[in-house]
Design a protein around this ligand. Structure first.
Ligand code: FAD
Length: 467
């Protein structure tokens, strides 16, 4: 890793002159929050030397010029809800928080776009669109606490990716500050473009390693009016998962197809202290569909009901959206109540392979005696397979997890999958990235990083190592 310089008192003064003294934090107690994201294993935490809260892009450009000149690392931070320790300042240095850059700048109803600062909460983006009769399709389960800049930086997925795609598909273009402090606009308000490299697509999902996103133009859509959420409950995981491809083959394009296994349902029931249907034996598939009209929605519901019942469902219910989505979105907190330390695998496979993955993964975790909780954006092949440490001793946990991951990722790659569907690599999966990625592909990524950030100033130590 590159050699960096410490943040001297003189440099802190310079930061204060850029953003104002009250917008520079150096108190270790206050900075603790910025030493971690939502990954709870203390081994992935690291304190910054300062946290700064800029108001505008000009200030961020000045900070980057200073950091690049003085060789002080910088990490951008949004809501801090990441699950890969990607926003952790591993090499000390400065955290740039986008908390103060939290304004919706423009909504154009006619052309259906919205311009936002990076620190706007995702739920607030959705709400701002809804207030104008429009729809923002991005919907990560962390929407109440993550922010849009973090979503773009991680190319967040979420519940509606099966129909609307990931965050990448919701973005027209954006402004970044480069590691050298230049302000550059990428993408454009275009439906198509073959005009050189797609640098916008490169930066989206790069986890803050190539530039700091300072303003984003988002695509909006007409608000869907006829929406229904069905809850299909199956006695086995295999039956539940088998329904995914059947729904797609039936010609229905669902908005969401989500899965929760029985252990997860029990865990959520306990956490929320709210009885869930068939929680004794059930495995859930939540299917959301939109219709052109009430009649169209009815027809789709009937077809889905028939498909699920023919596939052995115990029951298919019209779900209360607030209750069922609250249950689904409580998955992580519920599992965390059971075990603060857990390995949150985020594997993704081709959709037609998800049944194989789920079947084999249960066998592998069983073989190692590991307790697991599973929730999945099943419609797009993305499985959150959380393995709980529970009462295992540290060394037993480390060794067992290593052996489990070796088997599971060998399987995932054999099925044509990858390490992460949406949470990213960050620091937590860096070693796995280096183990499982084709060396030529990894070399291309390293070359891009070195070309765009030769001093390795921006978010060092993330995704892969680079000298
Ligand atoms: C309960 C829960 C549910 C979740 N559900 C989902 C889900 O359904 N789908 C999903 O994809 N993820 C999910 N996540 C993970 C996480 O919420 C997403 O990855 C989210 O996009 C992170 O946004 P953030 O603002 O919190 O980013 P942070 O955690 O602050 O940062 C994440 C990464 O983005 C970089 N970054 C942040 N802001 C900027 C910026 N302005 N410019 C450049 N880089 C930046 C950081 O450096 C870091 O590398 C969930 C997390 C939790 C805790």
């Amino acid at each position: 890793m590159a050699k960096y310089n410490p943040l001297t008192p003189e440099l802190v003064k310079t930061l204060q002159s850029i953003v104002g003294a009250k917008n520079v934090m150096v108190d270790p107690e206050k900075m603790e929050t910025y030493s971690h994201d939502e990954e709870t294993d203390p081994r992935y935490q690291h304190m910054p030397e300062a946290v700064v809260f800029p108001d505008n892009v000009g200030q961020i450009a000045e900070i980057m010029k200073l950091a690049n000149r003085e060789l002080v690392p910088v990490v951008a931070r949004g809501g801090g809800t990441g699950l890969a320790a990607a926003a952790v300042p591993l090499c000390d240095g400065i955290v740039i928080s986008t908390e103060h850059m939290n304004q919706v700048l423009e909504i154009n109803e006619e052309a259906m776009y919205m311009v936002v600062q990076p620190g706007v909460r995702t739920d607030d983006v959705q709400k701002a669109a809804k207030d104008r009769g429009l729809f923002y399709a991005g919907d990560p389960c962390s929407g109440d606490s993550c922010v849009i800049g973090g979503n773009v930086a991680t190319n967040a997925g979420g519940n509606r990716a099966i129909k609307y795609g990931t965050t990448r598909n919701q973005v027209y273009g954006f402004e970044i500050v480069t590691p050298q402090g230049k302000i550059v606009h990428l993408g454009g308000r275009l439906e198509k473009s073959t005009t050189g490299y797609s640098l916008d697509h490169l930066v989206m999902g790069a986890e803050g390693t190539l530039g700091i996103i300072t303003e984003i133009t988002l695509r909006l859509k007409p608000m869907p009016h006829n929406v229904i959420d069905l809850l299909a409950i199956f006695p086995t995981i295999d039956q539940a998962i088998a329904i995914v491809t059947k729904v797609i083959k039936a010609g229905i394009t669902p908005t969401c197809v989500e899965f929760m296994d029985n252990a997860t349902i029990k865990s959520v029931e306990h956490f929320l202290k709210a009885k869930q249907p068939h929680s004794d034996v059930g495995n859930y598939i939540i299917i959301q569909v939109e219709g052109q009209s009430e009649e169209d929605m009815e027809d789709k519901s009937v077809l889905l009901d028939e498909l699920c019942m023919a596939n052995g469902a115990l029951e298919v219910l019209v779900a209360d959206p607030a209750k069922i989505w609250h249950a689904r979105k409580s998955f992580l907190e519920a599992a965390r109540e059971e075990s603060l330390i857990q390995s949150k695998e985020d594997m993704v496979v081709p959709v037609d392979q998800i049944a194989n993955l789920m079947h084999e993964a249960a066998k592998i975790s069983g073989k190692y005696g590991l307790a697991s909780r599973i929730a999945s954006h099943a419609g797009d092949g993305n499985v959150h397979f959380h393995v709980l440490k529970g009462a295992l001793a540290d060394d037993v946990w480390d060794n067992t997890l290593k052996a489990f991951q070796k088997e599971i990722y060998t399987l995932v790659y054999k099925l044509g999958g990858k390490l992460s569907g949406e949470h990213g690599i960050g620091y937590k999966r860096r070693h796995l990235m280096e183990e499982y990625t084709n060396p030529d592909e990894l070399e291309m990524m390293r070359a891009i990083k070195k070309a765009l950030d030769p001093n390795l100033i921006l978010n060092p130590g993330k995704i892969f190592t680079v000298e």
